[in-house]
Design a protein around this ligand. Structure first.
Ligand code: PEP
Length: 251
């Protein structure tokens, strides 16, 4: 049985104090959440240590939003996987479209990052997704297949059990536009078939595939009801504990 996950990507939002308050509210409101869904929050790096304290003893896991592609050393401004583990992270997001688009994150760099994360025993939320131009040209299946193949095909089936895929159509991120449940289900099933082709049906069946892109309390139920959608990577709506928890309760 694969895991359902709702993960909140806080991006570059909140001060440390605001983030701590948000984390505490998420913990308080997650107490009556069922066992059928796991929660993850991904605050900015500066917040990790204090948010980890707030999450202690709760069901909420801590994620980073990125990690360095090098293990340690003279890489000014970077944060290593060992640093993340020492801050009590158990996940890191990798390959978010904003990192790919604004910070030149290539598939080759992502392979290095995923390698380091897995070696440090961090689980990875690996993001894929097409932009509007690619969707309109009907290239979304090819784009997503290439992103999965270029990075994840470098790993073993066993390593894949520590990886969650987040399908995030770039045209739906932060735009208020959501993929329809049909569009999302169609491409989630396709991603699962790509994983199955390479790693076999069992690995694909066990793979958690999240939807991301303007997911909110009003549309989460319909999206999560789809057979190949196993939760969400939530941006804007993760900044309000009520909305984030309402999304998690949509299963
Ligand atoms: C995201 O960037 O991961 C995301 C899904 O953002 P939003 O929910 O704001 O579209």
């Amino acid at each position: 049985m694969r895991k359902n996950i709702v993960a909140g990507n806080w991006k570059m939002n909140t001060t440390v104090a605001e983030g701590l308050e948000l984390a505490k509210a998420v913990v308080a409101q997650s107490k009556d959440l069922g066992e059928n869904v796991s929660l993850v929050v991904a605050p900015p790096f500066t917040h990790l240590v204090s948010v980890a304290e707030a999450l202690k003893g709760s069901k909420v896991s801590l994620s980073a939003q990125n990690c360095a592609d090098k293990a340690s050393g003279a890489y000014t401004g970077e944060v290593s996987v060992d640093m993340l583990v020492s801050a009590n992270c158990t996940y890191t997001i990798l390959g978010h479209s904003e990192r790919r688009e604004y910070y030149g994150e290539t598939d080759a760099k992502l392979v290095e990052k995923v390698k380091l994360a897995l070696a440090a025993n961090l689980s990875v939320i690996f993001c894929v997704g097409e932009n509007l131009e690619q969707r309109e040209a009907g290239k979304h299946f090819d784009v997503v297949k290439e992103q999965v193949a270029n990075v994840l095909f470098n790993f073993t089936a066993e390593e894949l059990s520590k990886i969650v895929i987040a399908y995030e159509p770039v045209w739906a991120i932060g735009t208020g536009k959501t993929a329809t449940a049909e569009q999302a289900q169609e491409i989630h099933a396709f991603i699962r078939s790509v994983v199955a082709e390479k790693f076999g049906a069992e690995v694909a069946d066990n793979m958690t595939i999240l939807y991301g892109g303007s997911c909110k309390p009003s549309n989460a139920k319909e999206l999560f009801a789809c057979p190949d959608i196993d939760g969400g990577l939530i941006g804007g709506a993760a900044l309000k504990a009520e909305d984030f928890i309402a999304i998690a309760k949509s299963f």
